[in-house]
Design a protein around this ligand. Structure first.
Ligand code: ADP
Ligand code: ZN
Ligand code: ZN
Length: 836
């Protein structure tokens, strides 16, 4: 390609030659330097996207990270092919944050960029152009260069970006491609699905001709015998009183909602054909639909007011404050006041919510207060919606973002406040792919870059965060009363061991729980049943030979799903039909073991036939609005029992829920992980918090086979401090976070022997370099085969006073040395810093 593209490499007097270091969207360890063509000198800026050639074949969208005059020492810099933005797409604080992430989380900058940019802002290397099959000769004129591309496409069918540049002998073909796209002569495929499309709505209004009193009165006369058409007209005038003010007609009405109001759509169509109405399209931002309905201002209670003042006081000497407020204490209202303050002061605000809790309830509440200033950034949103938010922030239309973990990547340029709600939630941590970042920890860095303040909120803070507060690195503010007269629920243990002995268990339900559900329903109240396991049963087993079907790709048993009639792997998605006879011994006696949400849903219908049950878990909420619909039905009382996984434990606030049932507490408590007690306490406390708000005391039934467990006592008495005391002592004793940092390395290969051998070798090398006591393992994880890859974990424990940076550097080098051995050329070593 270089041979054909003639650049003027001669530097005329007085013109500086610039170089740009760019981030490529690839897992590469460093930046690459390209030369800026002289005629782009004035346009090039840090944070803009540049198209560059990488290797012989690839043309990639990169981000310019730095501009300077230093040619690279080791290679001849290629030219930047084109600039996609004249205004930077990201600012220097963002780039700094991304660099910090790549260093801290041990991944490449390209991987961070990949996670950060909505795909609508990427142009990937595979994007090709072809003629638009729907081209309807719209008599647009084409330039000679455009004609050349068209002619080639008629013969060659498709061209890549650099082939097209080649043909024209041009370095900058972006304007030509853009123009051809605008004339609808070509399409960019691969991209066409993802490409940013602005949202349009169809509207209607009276045509110019009819927008006057005289003409309309005449029309009414004319329509005297046509009641349906008269209705259409009246409806319109009702909503748009043009008689009083003809200027109102300009904005018109949204077509779809108007038609829905009408008895007869065809009457409207007739009027449309008569040219009484005309239609037009309007581009609307996707975030701006809710109008700014100034909701009646809520007044903070004395306790809330006090918490707010304490937080603001704390900000005088601290950057970060933990708000420890019990469930139902009204933390959201305190946050709202803090957000108002920050926005009034002219700065931007980010409100982080964990994945699932980002629900209608909180968002609706915030929307009512903040209206169009607020943008919502959610993983279920389409790419177009995300690009709208990104652009809205750059243009200044939005100053307040409510979003899930990935919203830390957004182009803030003036953040004043970050709120991290439910800070203990593990969904703030990204597992796969890299960057394996924790949004809570990353936002503290984000806040630092902006000189912003941070408030973390939770009823059950993570041990790490509470430690930071107790040791006074952060401020600590408490809110220990529920709003109004609401009391915390009464928590009762159902002794399943005793009930089994007495034969009062019904399948997996204790008699106590069944009775409580029945009486709640009789009182016209609602119940939430929590089981943190989806599907029907976690496995099936042959009663004769104990055979258990396992996933062919992973080392896990297959979960039985009755609803879809299949066995499913919850790790790789593999499905197969449940066997009728045992594949091992041929026996027909196959039973299901254990129970998930599906089974609970089925059983409850059996025990209490009059109940209206709905289930909320990953399987029932895959579609975009299904989550909202389930919540809506429950809110309206269409359903009276909600069965679900941890999704039901968060952020929901229903008035009529007086009972919560918790299954399988023992499994949560005894999960083999140093955080299992913390997790179990959090889970049970959070889901209990859904019971009994507003004046009425709720009740929680926890089913357990061991009613004497110390942890359950703490849950019952809502003794968070007690939990913290026990846990922090344990962590100090056995050297776990926050007393050390952990890096988990996972060795992966499809060859089992390689993994064992390799992980052993790597561990020895690390021990040599970092000292034996800092390295644990290798050991096989709980699930040691996933998607056909065998896995072995190595844990690196680093004391607090040792430079993490130096350790990471050494670990990074060790990994590189190791992987350069051709024996391990198909192996992967994955690093997870601060795993949760
Ligand atoms: P938390 O997040 O701490 O669990 P919420 O913020 O959801 O608690 O508040 C619980 C309930 O109390 C909500 O229904 C909320 O609207 C209501 N509430 C909280 N504070 C006030 C207030 N000052 N005035 C009126 N209602 C309030
Ligand atoms: Zn068998
Ligand atoms: Zn699997």
């Amino acid at each position: 390609m270089e041979s054909k593209l003639e650049f003027n490499t001669h530097t005329p007097e007085g013109i500086t030659t610039l170089f740009a270091d760019v981030i490529l969207p690839l897992p590469l360890p460093k930046l690459y330097t390209y030369r800026v063509p002289h005629d782009l000198n004035d346009k090039v800026s840090v944070g803009a996207r540049a198209i560059v050639q990488f290797g012989k074949k690839k043309v990639l969208t990169s981000i310019i990270a730095a501009i300077h005059q230093q040619p690279p020492a080791l290679y001849e810099a290629k030219y930047i092919l084109d600039l996609l933005d004249e205004e930077p797409l990201m600012n220097s604080q963002q780039l700094k944050l991304y660099e910090w992430m790549s260093q801290y989380y041990m991944c490449n900058l390209g991987e961070v960029i990949n996670a950060a940019l909505p795909s609508g802002l990427k142009l990937n290397s595979e994007s090709r152009i072809q003629l638009n099959p729907d081209y309807n000769n719209n008599l647009m004129a084409f330039t000679g260069q455009e004609e050349m591309i068209i002619q080639t496409l008629l013969v060659k069918e498709s061209l890549s970006y650099n082939e097209a540049a080649h043909i024209l002998g041009l370095k900058s073909i972006n304007p030509i491609i853009k123009s051809l796209l605008a004339k609808e002569r070509i399409i960019l495929y691969e991209e066409i699905r993802e490409k940013y499309v602005p949202k349009k709505i169809k509207k209607l209004k009276l045509s110019q001709e009819y927008n006057n009193k005289v003409k309309l009165e005449a029309l009414f006369k004319e329509l005297e015998k046509k009641p349906k058409q008269t209705e259409v007209l009246l409806r319109y005038l009702q909503q748009v009183p043009v008689f009083n003010n003809p200027a109102l007609n300009k904005a018109g009405l949204e077509r779809i909602s108007f038609i829905n109001l009408l008895e007869s759509a065809s009457a409207y169509n007739t009027l449309f054909k008569k040219n009484v109405f005309e239609e037009f399209e309007l581009i609307v931002p996707r975030f701006g639909e809710g109008e700014e309905t100034k909701f009646k201002d809520i007044k903070l209670t004395d306790a809330q007011e006090k918490a707010k003042t304490e937080i603001l006081d704390s900000f005088k000497s601290k950057e970060t404050v933990l708000l420890h407020g019990i469930t139902g204490s009204g933390k959201t209202e305190v946050f709202i006041e803090l957000i108002k303050n920050a926005l009034d002061g002219g700065s931007q605000v980010l409100y982080l919510l964990p994945e699932i809790a980002l629900t209608t309830q909180i968002v609706q509440r915030l929307r009512k207060v903040f209206g169009n200033k607020m943008g919502v950034y959610h993983s279920k949103f389409s790419d177009n919606e995300r690009v709208d938010i990104w652009k809205g922030l750059i243009s200044g239309k939005l100053s307040f973002i409510v979003g899930v973990r990935s919203s830390i990547f957004l182009p803030f340029d003036n953040l004043g406040l970050i709120i991290i709600d439910e800070e203990h939630e593990t969904s703030y941590k990204q597992y796969d792919p890299a960057p394996r970042y924790h949004a809570r920890d990353t936002s503290l860095m984000l806040a630092k870059l902006h000189n912003a303040k941070t408030v973390l909120g939770s009823a059950t803070p993570s041990i790490e965060s509470y430690y930071n507060a107790i040791t006074e690195r952060w401020g600590l503010v408490k809110l220990s009363k529920r709003f109004g007269d609401a009391e915390l629920p009464e928590i009762i243990l159902a002794d399943t061991r005793k009930e089994r002995r007495n034969k009062t268990m019904r399948n997996d339900f204790s008699g106590l729980l069944v009775n409580e559900i029945k009486s709640a329903l009789e009182r016209k109240e609602q119940a939430i049943l929590f089981q943190n396991r989806r599907g029907y049963s976690p496995y099936i087993s042959c009663e004769d030979c104990a055979y258990i079907p396992k996933c062919q790709n992973c080392d896990v048993s297959l979960t039985l799903h009755m609803y879809s009639q299949d066995l499913r792997c919850h790790y790789c998605g593999h499905t197969q039909a449940p066997p009728i006879n045992c594949p091992a011994c041929g026996s027909g006696r196959i039973k299901s073991v254990g129970f998930g949400t599906e089974k609970i849903e089925e059983d409850i219908k059996l025990f209490i036939p009059e109940a209206n049950v709905q289930r909320m878990d990953l399987d029932t909420t895959r579609k975009k609005n299904s989550y909202e619909n389930i919540i809506g039905d429950f809110e309206k009382g269409k359903t009276n029992i909600l069965v679900g996984t941890q999704m039901v434990s968060k952020g929901l606030d229903f008035d009529k829920v007086s009972l919560v049932g918790i299954f399988d507490a023992d499994r949560m408590i005894h999960f083999p992980d140093f955080r299992s007690h913390e997790r179990a306490f959090q889970m049970m406390t959070q889901v209990s918090g859904r019971a009994g708000r507003k004046a009425k005391k709720g009740r929680v039934i926890i089913q357990t086979a061991d009613t004497e467990q110390a942890l359950l006592k703490k849950v019952i008495s809502n003794d968070y401090e007690g939990l913290y005391k026990d846990e922090i002592a344990e962590r100090e004793n056995f050297l776990y976070p926050p007393f050390c940092r952990i890096i988990k390395l996972t060795f992966k290969d499809i060859d089992r022997k390689k993994v064992h051998q390799g992980a052993q070798g790597l561990s020895e090398l690390l021990k040599e370099r970092l000292g034996g006591r800092r390295i644990l393992g290798p050991e096989a994880p709980l699930i040691d085969r996933l998607r056909n890859y065998y896995l072995m974990d190595i844990f690196i424990k680093i004391e607090k006073d040792i430079s993490l940076k130096a350790v990471k550097f050494s670990v990074g080098q060790t990994i590189q040395t190791f992987l350069s051995d051709k024996d391990y050329k198909n192996s992967y070593i994955q690093a997870d810093v601060d795993p949760v």
